[in-house]
Write a protein that binds this ligand. Structure first.
Ligand SMILES: Cc1ncc(COP(=O)(O)O)c(C=O)c1O
Length: 447
């Protein structure tokens, strides 16, 4: 084991960095620019994983794959499995408790979208939610109608739509610039016609991480009479979502990447939901909340989703004081303001270190502005394989991954072998600068 794994002091770690990397780390450490009051120690104390004898040793930079879970969610899972694991909706006490937990989750999770609880579906995953949605919406379209997908998205928001070609729909691709992996809205304009029924787009790709201009896209697509379906899976862990401001028709994210259980969250605008073909059991047709959920959900996991918002509220109380007349949506937005500022501090040295090298290609925007790119840093080297970089990082107990991350089309469009693909280091608000430093030491050595 090297120095890093033994938990060497910051000074020693810095000695091993090149001058460039030292500058960035020192700069960010001595000038924590925004919201210095963010209490990362408090935040980490909410996550049992950091106190675990083995897990706690790792610099966890594989958050885009799945985040750790705070005690608020774990407590709900434990309580629901231990005490209320009954079928909900009956009028006996344990069943009533199960129903209450699910209803409570629905209300709280709706606030994470700034939506009405009726517009929320809990599905097994985002991939399954798009699959059901595509099947449902197809009923309202004619053969020859068009859908537009990107090649920047995770396959979850491409494949379900592409399959509609088998049913007589025309599928068009809005393609990335192969040098940068970014989308240009002018290319979309040239694809839209009066037969465009839907555009499926990521809010921030799980590899390119650049924040796409959803409002502008929605304007263009709505002007042509189409719908906009947004995959927010890689966006939601980092920013507050406001489906009203975005004016999208469908917004999806996966709660297991936003500190919750393995549940796929889907908002569908009421007008779209009301006209969507019913995919649930025929006798439930009048229930909007089951319209796009043919399978019975995992009640415990759904009931535990509310713990995510309980966690946000705990963070809010700690930083802003309890009580107050704010709405739940406003409290979530405050908390994400803190998260974003901290994430900006975390990602800056890494982005600048990578973009400062000629032999490394960072996918997506080179900006260090959190408003423009999420702290999901995917890159490849002209000299060292992604597999080798990954091996070196995990040897230093930096959790990360490499390959295509199911953004297979994007990685292929970049001209890469999807099996080796890119190395991805993805941070969230509970990471510390120490985690980034540990990764930088390794990268400096191996690159
Ligand atoms: C951007 C993005 N979209 C969609 C998905 C798929 O989510 P799920 O596993 O819930 O189907 C992922 C998962 O990694 C993702 O990163």
């Amino acid at each position: 084991m090297g120095d890093v794994q033994r938990g060497t002091s910051r000074e020693l770690i810095r000695e091993r960095l090149t001058a460039t990397a030292v500058d960035y780390v020192a700069h960010m450490t001595t000038k924590p620019v925004v919201l210095p009051a963010f209490d990362v120690g408090f935040v980490r104390s909410q996550f049992p994983a950091f106190g675990h004898h083995e897990t706690g040793r790792w610099a966890h930079l594989e958050n885009a794959g799945g985040s750790y879970v705070p005690r608020q969610v774990i407590d709900l899972v434990t309580d629901l499995f231990s005490n209320h694991k009954t079928q909900p909706s009956w009028n006996f006490a344990p069943s009533r408790r199960a129903t209450e937990a699910i209803d409570r989750s629905r209300g709280l999770m709706a606030a994470t979208f700034n939506a009405h609880p009726d517009e929320i579906h809990f599905g097994p995953s985002t991939s399954q939610n798009t699959y059901v949605l595509a099947r449902s919406l197809r009923h309202g379209w004619n053969d020859g109608d068009e859908v537009i997908v990107t090649n920047q998205d995770h396959e979850a928001n491409i494949g379900s739509w592409r399959r509609l070609a088998e049913t007589g729909m025309v599928v068009k691709e809005w393609s990335v610039d192969p040098a940068k992996g970014m989308l240009d809205i002018a290319d979309l304009e040239s694809l839209i016609t009066d037969r465009t029924r839907l555009v499926a787009l990521t809010h921030a790709s799980n590899v390119a991480a650049t924040v796409n201009p959803i409002g502008k896209v929605a304007e263009l697509v709505h002007a042509a009479g189409g719908l906009v379906v947004i995959d927010g899976v890689s966006y939601a862990p980092h920013y507050p979502i406001d489906v009203k401001a975005l004016d999208c028709d469908v917004y999806l994210y996966s709660a297991y990447k936003t500190y919750g259980p393995h549940v796929g969250m889907m908002y569908t605008k009421r007008s779209v939901l009301e006209s969507a073909h019913h995919e649930g059991h025929f006798f439930n047709e009048s229930h909007l909340s089951t319209r796009l959920t043919p399978a019975g959900p995992d009640h415990v996991e759904v009931g535990a989703c509310g713990g995510v918002v309980d966690y946000y509220n705990t963070v809010h109380d700690h930083h802003f004081g309890g009580g107050g007349s704010q709405t739940q949506v406003e409290r979530i937005s405050d908390v994400f303001g803190l998260f974003g500022a901290h994430e900006q501090v975390l990602m800056t040295p890494l982005v600048e270190f990578l973009t400062g090298r000629d032999d490394v290609h960072l996918v997506g925007s080179r900006s260090t502005d959190h408003a423009r790119r999420a702290p999901t840093i995917a890159f490849h080297s002209g000299k060292v394989s992604s597999a080798q970089i990954y091996e070196a990082l995990i040897a230093a107990e930096v959790s990360c991954g490499y390959g295509h991350f199911y953004a297979h089309r994007l990685v292929t469009a970049l001209g890469l072998d999807p099996d080796d693909g890119v190395v991805r280091l993805s941070m969230v608000h509970y990471n510390m600068l120490d985690d980034v430093e540990r990764a930088l030491v390794v990268l400096d050595k191996i690159l």
